[in-house]
Ligand binder design. Sequence first.
Ligand code: 5GP
Length: 183
Amino acid sequence: MSELDEDIDEVLIDAEQIQATIQELGQAIDRDYAGRTPILVGVLKGAFPLMADLARAIQGHAEFDFMAVSSYGSATQTSGVVRILKDLEADIAGRDVVVVEDIVDSGLTLNYLLRNLRARGPASLEVLALLSKPDQARVDVPVRYHGFAVPNVFVVGYGLDFAERYRNLPYVGTLKDSVIARA
Ligand code: 5GP
């Protein structure tokens, strides 16, 4: 048991389940984009492990780019106003774009991002999200490729952080109350 594992209350999705699902998502992308070269857009920082594993689960041609966004503080999060901290390098006009997200909670971040990207004139625009909290969805964002539904609890691991830590866990789980209280 690692130093990080000791802080976990419950493992919700283990590493094997995550990897198996990513293989299936990669196959679905291969099928749907056969003969084309989609651009996968990872939303930093949370999507970095997912992008790395998904990239290797895709057998066909694909390009990879990243965006970094931040919501304006929690008080204004409901406004769905998102600041772009790092923009794409690629011009996505006329391209097939797949936005890759770690988790969709209220859907507000993704909703903003999709509007922003749609304005750039891609040929197609789809979303892949490893996790979602369906009970929470305040904005109905169309997630074409989906991994797992998680309950309405705060989760860490596989890219998801608590105060920037725990992103490097290979699984998704909840933190012990004592760890949250300590912060
Ligand atoms: P939304 O705009 O959909 O409400 O929020 C999406 C973002 O909130 C995610 O990309 C993620 O950064 C963060 N988030 C939502 N739920 C969780 C969670 O349970 N754990 C962590 N670590 N981040 C979360």
